[in-house]
Design a protein around this ligand. Structure first.
Ligand code: FES
Ligand code: FES
Length: 158
């Protein structure tokens, strides 16, 4: 079985897995990192949204063999560490706006939100509804209105 080395939430890990094993299963089943959720497995629902090298991606669609030792994966578990706090400002905004219902989609929603705000900053764009329309994460509970409120509030503290 091939081995694969990369960074997850600030730590270097080495796992044994087929090259084609999707990273979502490596995270969840081999590494016990279960914040990224399984919804569709085909890069559509975005429940598994995490970051790779600071950008949003969907680990259900990435084979572990595509990662290199320099690649840095961040999941919801590692998000607070990126700002040196117990909670990331976007997570605090989520709590203040009481966004979650069942909660299943919410780790992916928060990771997508942080990546989108960072992307907007790089591109000099406003955090407005046109920008938020680009977030495609599905929420079966329909929490979209509060998600948007929370992203705007969280962005102000990022
Ligand atoms: S489980 Fe990854 S996008 Fe749906
Ligand atoms: S809170 Fe239930 S799916 Fe989004």
């Amino acid at each position: 079985m091939p081995t694969h080395t990369f960074k997850v939430n600030g730590e270097t890990v080495t796992v044994e897995a087929d090259d084609n094993e999707r990273l979502l299963w490596v995270l969840r089943d081999l590494l016990g990192i279960r914040g990224p959720k399984y919804g569709c497995g085909i890069n559509v629902c975005k429940a598994c949204t995490s970051h790779i090298n600071g950008r949003a991606f969907n680990p259900c669609a990435v084979p572990v063999g595509a990662l290199s030792p320099d690649d840095e994966v961040t999941t919801i578990e590692g998000l607070p560490k990126t700002v040196g706090k117990d909670l990331h400002p976007m997570q605090e905004a989520w709590l203040e706006h009481d966004v979650a219902q069942c909660g299943y989609c919410q780790p992916g929603q928060i990771m997508a939100a942080v990546a989108k705000v960072n992307q907007a900053r790089r591109e000099g764009r406003e955090i407005d509804d046109a920008l938020l329309d680009e977030i495609r994460n599905v929420c079966r509970c329909g929490t979209y209105y509060r998600i948007r409120q929370a992203i705007k509030a969280g962005a102000e503290k990022m």
